[in-house]
Design a protein around this ligand. Structure first.
Ligand SMILES: [Zn+2]
Length: 333
């Protein structure tokens, strides 16, 4: 049995009190809850001693019981979320539109309000967090925003559980194309075989250019992928997860060298790709290959108004894409 050095008010002297454990009923926000409690008992007089160190734990366990009954986020979950994304308490508060003092209190063990709890639980999901980063990312320091976005996109070697890429619903942000993972796999493999340098950011940009060229010429994209404005240019949303899935499905392989991660083609015949799509994919690969350095290519995509006028992580609609066609045409000439 554990003992605790404490003070017995009945005996009026310091004692080494044994602690007992039992279930205790208490009221949290006016609601009765039962939770496990540790209590010190005086070895001399046998009275229970109220010790603040034990009380603190007892109150938190009562809160935990209340939290799990009402599906409230725990202090540990909030801290883990911030640490995973690399963002401060202030940034999380700004992203969610709640007070910084509230985040501090919740992490210290206070119970969140119903509305703040809903916001926090939603932010625990990758989708929910991506949404608030898109909406409010401009409010937080860019270094934290980029770190959070990178964490959510998942780096190739994160060692976390592998996720399967979930294609988006078809609408204006996918170029009105219903995404098909097999067709996407063939297109990515083809681009990797066409491009001289097949770093993932280059392949991401080549996909972007192909889809926007196709949409501009016939009102429908090739892959049905959705694109976001990122620091280094426009890229497919969740591209890391996408490429991981395509590798598992056998369309590509990935290798990391000292400059970054490269994609290698694994598809042997591209008969399934339509002639029209093939034309746009080849044009895009040529365009990307016309830049020798990553910086040149980034600078060029940064000159696009559709990139410049958007905030980080914002989705780029295909309707905004006519300048891509002009850019590609001017580069060739
Ligand atoms: Zn005593």
């Amino acid at each position: 049995m554990e003992t605790i050095e404490t003070f017995c008010p009945s005996c009026c002297k310091p004692v080494a009190a044994a602690t007992i454990e039992r279930n205790e009923d208490s009221l949290v926000k006016g609601e009765p809850v039962t939770s496990f409690a540790r209590i010190a008992v005086c070895p001399l007089c046998g009275e229970e001693i109220g010790d603040s160190r034990l009380e603190e734990g007892n109150v938190q366990r009562a809160y935990d019981a209340y939290r799990s009954r009402h599906n409230l986020i725990s202090p540990g979950q909030i801290k883990a979320l911030r640490s995973r994304l690399g963002i401060s308490q202030k940034s999380l508060a700004l992203l969610l539109g709640i007070g910084e003092a509230s985040i501090v209190r919740y992490e210290d063990g206070s119970l969140p309000s119903t509305s703040n709890n809903r916001l926090l639980l939603d932010a625990l999901t990758n989708e929910g967090m991506l949404r608030v980063l898109r909406e409010n990312g401009r409010l937080i320091p860019p270094t934290q925003l980029n770190r959070a976005l990178e964490a959510l996109n998942g780096t190739a070697d994160s060692g976390g559980p592998s996720k399967e890429y979930a294609p988006p619903e078809s609408d204006g942000t996918t170029g009105y194309k219903v995404p098909d993972i097999d067709y996407i796999g063939q297109c990515v493999s083809l681009l990797a075989s066409l491009c001289r340098l097949s770093y993932i950011t280059r392949i991401g940009k080549a996909l972007f250019v192909s889809d926007f060229l196709a949409f501009e010429s016939r009102g429908e994209a090739i892959t049905g992928l959705r694109y976001a404005r990122m620091q280094h240019g426009p890229v497919p949303v969740d591209y890391s997860v996408l490429f991981q899935s395509l590798e598992r499905l056998g369309y590509i392989s990935r290798t990391r060298n000292e400059y970054g991660e490269c994609i290698y083609p694994k598809v042997e015949n591209y008969d399934a790709i339509t002639e029209e799509d093939m034309r746009s994919l080849k044009k895009a690969a040529q365009f990307v290959d016309s830049f020798t350095s990553v910086e040149e290519l980034s600078n060029c995509t940064h000159s696009l108004a559709l990139w410049a006028c958007r905030r980080n992580a914002e989705i780029i609609e295909f309707e905004a894409g006519d300048e891509v066609t002009r850019l590609v045409a001017s580069q060739k000439g």
